[in-house]
Ligand binder design. Structure first.
Ligand code: 4AD
Ligand code: MG
Length: 432
């Protein structure tokens, strides 16, 4: 028997006899002809079993096959423009590994609650397949971009003694008798790493005990965070627009098939090229005043409906910079020209997807940070190492964090982040 060939490599095996190992996704019975939709994890292919070309036992077994039965098929692939995927396999032999019965997810419509409870099986469907293949490609594009632009990967810890993004969303755990927290962001360690290595990034899971049920929030999500010494707010926005454009253009080029499965409007993504528009928080508030929120008070944080209105004014992602200091994290550098605002910026994605990046310039000033730590009622002892970075060779520096799931949701145009990660963790949801 020939070695196993995968569907993703089928183009280079046309006309040869091959063996493929996988599962039956679906079947159409046409009497003497059985049309199988066969999948092997790398793709889907139409496999045709013709009564005259296989043994009577094999044909009988094929007729009995139900969805998600595991099978090994041997046959000859050929180009077939009418078949989904462009190839068809004429089956010569079929071996049943297991006859599956009553697979819970049938081709009919199921409610999302049911599908989420069966997430471990739902992953086998073509739509989930497309989304998660795009996710993987986005992650590779992210790594490639940083690796090719002089950033060093330096990992940051998951278990930490202190908060980065406020104390209300901390997941606390017992660390041998003392409290520890699952990291909300690798940023504070990135700042130490940037002072050691110049340009760095970390990439890993981050955690927020978000008590709200929204289409944008997970309690466990992946974030990539670059940080670099001597970077300014303007440098960050330039890096951010180059980086995000590279991700989008790479997915357009390399995952066209998957975007098609998702029926994504590509013209919207094609527009995502540098430079991106950049407006101040104050200008964003003026947009709100003219577009349905006449009473929005300067100083308040934007919610999802506000972000949507702001981003609708542009056909590319938009940076909103210089937010009021009061609504941003303790570490943000105040603007020397107007200390009420900070040198931070969020990147809002188009089509109502809201904030996908948060970041900016960090305060390099020891006195200011000590006051901020006190003002935010943070335990100073836990931040002594962080303050050391301002005691020994402090420099202006910047960085940002891009949320993977929100980026995937936007590029795939999904209603909710729950489909962007294999096993989403949300309020009251940790199964399977
Ligand atoms: O704006 P955030 O909270 O920024 C930080 O954590 C900074 N310390 C990052 C840095 O400068 N190094 O989070 C950054 C991004 C958001 O823009 C969003 O894309 C994503 O992380 N994010 C979430 N994604 C899913 N679920 C949540 N609960 C998220 N919270 C933040
Ligand atoms: Mg933010």
């Amino acid at each position: 028997m020939a070695d196993q060939v995968y569907i993703q490599d089928i183009a280079s095996h046309v006309g040869e006899q091959v063996t493929m190992k996988g599962w039956l996704a679906d079947k159409t019975d046409k009497g003497k002809l059985q049309f199988l939709r066969f999948r092997d994890g790398t793709g889907f292919i139409q496999a045709v079993v013709f009564q005259k070309e296989v043994s009577p036992e094999t044909f009988e077994a094929t007729k009995k096959l139900m969805q998600e039965s595991s099978i090994i098929v041997t046959g000859v692939p050929r180009a077939e423009p009418r078949a989904p995927g462009g190839y068809e396999l004429s089956v010569k032999d079929l071996q049943v590994v297991q006859f599956a019965n009553d697979y819970p997810i049938t081709p009919k419509d199921h409610g999302v609650e049911f599908l989420m409870a069966n997430r471990h099986l739902w992953l086998r469907s073509p739509r989930q397949h497309a989304i998660l293949r795009i996710r993987a490609r986005i992650i590779k594009a992210i790594r490639d971009w940083f690796d090719n632009n002089g950033f060093l990967l330096v990992d940051t810890p998951v278990l930490t003694p202190a908060a980065v993004e406020g104390t209300t969303t901390l997941f606390e755990t017992d660390y041998f008798g003392v409290p520890a927290y699952l990291t909300q962001s690798g940023q504070l360690y990135n700042e130490a790493n940037a002072a050691a290595f110049g340009k760095v990034y970390c990439f890993g899971p981050t955690f927020r005990a978000e008590k709200s049920k929204t289409r944008r929030h997970l309690t466990e999500f992946w974030m990539v965070e670059p940080e670099w010494a001597y970077g300014t707010l303007d440098d960050y926005m330039r890096v951010g627009e180059e980086f995000v454009s590279y991700i989008v253009q790479t997915v357009l080029k390399e995952r066209a098939e998957e975007l098609k499965v998702l029926e994504r409007d590509l013209t919207k993504l094609e527009k995502v090229t540098p430079p991106f528009p950049k407006i101040s928080y104050t200008e964003a508030v003026e947009i709100l005043h003219k577009n349905g929120f006449p009473d929005f008070p300067w100083g308040e944080d934007f919610g999802a409906p506000h972000e949507t209105v702001i981003s609708e004014q542009f056909d590319k992602p938009v940076f909103v910079h210089r937010y009021p200091a009061e609504i941003k994290a303790f570490y943000m550098a105040p603007d020397p020209n107007d200390p009420k605002v900070v040198l931070g910026a969020d990147l809002l994605a188009p089509e109502g997807y809201g904030e996908i990046i948060g970041g900016g310039e960090r305060s390099a000033d020891l006195d200011y940070l000590e006051k901020q730590i006190a003002k935010h009622k943070l335990p100073k002892e836990a931040y002594e190492w962080y303050l050391d970075l301002r005691r020994y060779g402090t420099v202006p520096h910047s960085g940002f964090g891009l949320g993977i799931e929100r980026t995937v949701a936007w590029i795939c145009k999904l209603d909710h982040v729950r489909e962007t990660i294999p096993y989403p963790r949300m309020l009251e949801k940790i199964y399977p």
